[in-house]
Design a protein around this ligand. Structure first.
Ligand SMILES: *Cc1c(COP(=O)(O)O)cnc(C)c1O
Length: 422
């Protein structure tokens, strides 16, 4: 079962001020979830979640997470700039980038962020650019396939990220020789995992590697960063991850591997994005058209520019027809947006209650990698983002784009001035 955090009446009231489509986020859900994560890892003294900004890059969301004790994980200049403006600094920022431009490293250094190097060659690159900071982290890629029990979860050997085993040992030796004092270790081996075993298994790999690196190089680890990848079940009939079981699984690995090696003071970091926000966002859209050809189509006022995951990955997003929660799902539809792209479908052959023009659809689990993956194809404009506050009020946290925003990068030519509010 997936239950929307807004009712039809509430949405109708919101629509008087903010027309569909829009993304809306649930502050209460975000805070409770963040508190549970912190509780699940409270056995570790230095635990900190660094929210992956790319999942939901909105300063209002970042500030809520900051109040809940989270830091931020950035991978670009603008993510660093947004984090800076939200008051994050120093050890509240992880910088986990790849193919990193010079200006991004310089900004990360200026803010005193923890820099997580993606590649062996970046040691030299960073050193020449601005020197090696006192604390430095490296990203590991074990290669091969990553499986849990017999199930292949992902394919690190094909992924562009991280140092090989040989490189990471050599890398830490060099970093130490260059004067770094404190060290971190990071890996991201599988995305959107819906199993309580992912983090514990990853933790074992990283903990064993940390012990090996310490023995071979004398490096002292300050933190181990389990990165993102803890997922959510997008399907209503699938069980969700249990963050307390996940926290305990990592705790057990910590006690079995790090504590006996004299490394019981290492801090555990996470860089979750999806797990922190996905369930606490809805994309709200209205049914505008029907089309009866070889299939039954319901056309809505949102499109893949507002939520790319179904078009890009064939991802399932559950849909609730607001006000028709108790009606039988006895009609089959393709729910489509208006892009000139046949993959612009939020659902294919989806069983829903009978739809009418004006029905309001709630597309679930759009709080992470939703708005942020949006784009402007076909000249479609990005929607507003709203926050449902704990007291029930609704706050605009990003206005919808206007044609003037879309044409703004022609402001030097004069050709589009008619639409540039000049
Ligand atoms: C994308 C990303 C994350 C967050 O991933 P989720 O699947 O949203 O948890 C964390 N760290 C890095 C380096 C990433 O690229």
């Amino acid at each position: 079962m997936k239950t929307p955090f807004v009712t039809k009446e509430k949405v109708q009231e919101i629509m008087k001020a903010y027309p569909t489509p829009f993304h809306i986020y649930d502050e209460k859900g975000i805070r409770e979830n963040a508190r549970n994560l912190n509780k699940a890892f409270s056995w570790n003294k230095g635990f900190k979640e660094y929210f992956a900004v790319k999942a939901t890059p909105n300063p209002y969301i970042l500030k809520i997470l900051k109040e809940e004790g989270c830091g931020v994980d950035c991978s670009s200049l603008t993510e660093l700039m947004m984090s800076e403006c939200c008051g994050f600094k120093g050890d509240e920022i992880m910088f986990s980038s790849n193919v990193t431009p010079e200006e991004d490293y310089l900004k990360a250094r200026e803010l005193g962020a923890y820099i997580n190097l993606d590649d062996f060659t970046h040691i030299e690159y960073l050193d020449k650019l601005c020197g090696i900071p006192e604390t430095i982290c490296c990203r590991y890629n074990p290669g091969g396939k990553f499986s849990i029990a017999t199930k292949i979860m992902d394919n690190p050997g094909d992924a562009k990220y991280g140092f090989t085993h040989e490189q990471i040992i050599e890398g830490f030796k060099i970093l130490k020789a260059k004067g770094a004092k404190y060290f971190g270790l990071h890996a991201f081996l599988a995305s959107n995992t819906v199993t309580n075993e992912y983090y514990p298994k990853l933790a074992r790999i990283l903990f064993e590697l940390a012990v090996e690196i310490k023995e071979k190089t004398g490096v002292e680890f300050k933190f181990i960063n389990l990165s993102g990848g803890v997922g959510i079940a997008y399907e209503p009939d699938k069980a969700q991850n249990d963050i307390f079981a996940i926290g305990e699984g990592v705790h057990k690995a910590f006690d079995e591997i790090l504590v006996p090696a004299g490394m019981g003071d290492v801090a555990i970091f996470t860089e979750l994005g999806r797990y922190m926000l996905a369930p606490y966002g809805h994309l709200i859209t209205e049914v505008k058209h029907f089309k009866h050809t070889y299939k039954e189509y319901a056309g809505v006022d949102a499109c893949a520019c507002n939520l790319m995951r179904p078009a890009m990955y064939g991802a399932y997003h559950h849909i609730t027809v607001l006000g028709k929660e108790d009606k039988p799902c006895d009609h089959k539809y393709d729910v489509t947006g208006g892009l000139c792209e046949n993959n612009d479908k939020f659902a294919i052959d989806r069983m829903l209650p009978e739809l009418e023009i004006g029905d309001i659809l709630c597309i679930h689990d759009t709080g992470a990698h939703g708005f942020s993956m949006g784009y402007n194809y076909n000249g479609k404009l990005r929607s507003a983002e709203l926050l449902l506050k704990e007291d029930g009020d609704v706050q605009l946290i990003r206005r919808a784009e206007t044609p003037a925003d879309y044409f703004a990068t022609f402001d030097f030519t004069g050709i589009m001035d008619k639409y540039l509010n000049k």
